[in-house]
Design a protein around this ligand. Structure first.
Ligand code: NDP
Length: 285
């Protein structure tokens, strides 16, 4: 009898990860037999754990906090263009015995925005946050045709260095990007889309944005997700945004891109979003 293919998500901590349920649901759509586990790796042991996994015939690994940059280093000789731009890897696999890496977070976000009918092509985007998630989505947003991205961050220097690094590598995008602090937001032209790429909602905190920025034509997307609308979604709704969404579709979307890399087929994410949403709600009852 053939063994089922072996996959896992590696992180620290990782107990909260929904990836096993997501990939199991995707596999069921195609009748693929797989096992998908969680590997909680001590910080010091990440590289050893990755080598052990693939040494024991593992087929693919998802990588989560805090290891995405170290996964990028491990696969640095064979990175996809998305991973090179993002400076972080969330998907690893072996090809001809060599470790390959990709980053599917950004394309997961873009596909979710399109699914939700939120503005992408030609859109003016206000992106709040300048951490790993913000960096990972810049390239896919620009590739999808957004007109302009203004990055603001609590630590303004971090927003500026994110932008400087991007423009150095992609000088053709210079006119499409700006960076600064929250103090500039009141003077900005109204964006079409505000993306919260910070962890503020994790702390249940609103962002220091003026209510005037959330005009009635503005969509608001929080990368965070939970059993209730996030603090940012509530803030946007109360200030008048006409459509708000959380990042569960991004999570399932990035997983579907990993699945495509590993199995060569693209799952239908809609029923899986519904399933995981129900599981999240049930787990807090
Ligand atoms: P990082 O730790 O790399 O960056 C955190 C960012 O949040 C920084 O810009 C930081 O600002 C900012 N921040 C934190 N707390 C606050 C606050 N109270 N007010 C304003 N800004 C704040 O995290 P990541 O970039 O990796 O992740 C950011 C978020 O995106 C997380 O919530 C994560 O769960 C989510 N995410 C969701 C994904 C999905 O699939 N749905 C995928 C990846 C990430 P400063 O620099 O000033 O400290």
């Amino acid at each position: 009898m053939t063994q089922p293919l072996s996959f896992a998500v590696i992180g620290h901590p990782v107990a909260h990860s929904r990836s096993p349920q997501i990939h199991t649901a995707f596999a069921a759509q195609f009748g693929i037999a797989l096992v998908y586990e969680r590997i909680d790796s001590p910080e010091a042991d990440f590289e050893v754990a990755v080598e052990r996994f693939f040494g024991q015939s593992g087929s693919g690994l998802n990588v989560t906090v805090p290891f995405k940059e170290r996964a990028w280093q491990m696969a640095s000789a064979r990175l996809s263009a998305r991973a090179r731009d993002a400076g972080a890897v969330n998907t690893l696999w072996l090809d001809d015995g060599q470790l390959h890496g990709c980053n599917t977070d950004g394309v997961g976000l873009v596909n979710d925005l399109i699914r939700l009918d939120m503005p992408v092509k030609g859109a003016r985007v206000l992106m709040v946050g300048a951490g790993g998630a913000a960096r990972g989505v810049l390239g896919p947003l620009l590739k999808a045709g957004v007109a302009h991205i203004h990055v603001v961050n609590r630590n303004t220097a971090r927003a500026q260095s994110l932008l400087d690094a991007w423009v150095l590598a992609h000088p053709q995008d210079t006119d499409k990007l700006q960076a600064g602090g929250f103090d500039q937001v009141a003077n900005l032209a109204e964006p079409d889309l505000i993306i919260n790429a910070t962890s503020s909602s994790l702390q249940n905190e609103e962002l220091p944005l003026p209510a005037s920025v959330f005009g009635s034509q503005v969509c608001a997307y929080d990368m965070m997700y939970g059993d209730q609308p996030t603090a940012f979604m509530q803030q946007a709704q109360q200030a008048g945004s006409h459509q708000v969404a959380d990042g569960l579709g991004m999570l399932v979307g990035q997983a579907s891109e990993s699945f495509l890399i590993w199995h060569g087929c693209q799952p239908n994410i809609e029923p899986v979003i519904t399933q995981i949403r129900a599981q999240i709600k049930a787990s807090v009852r």
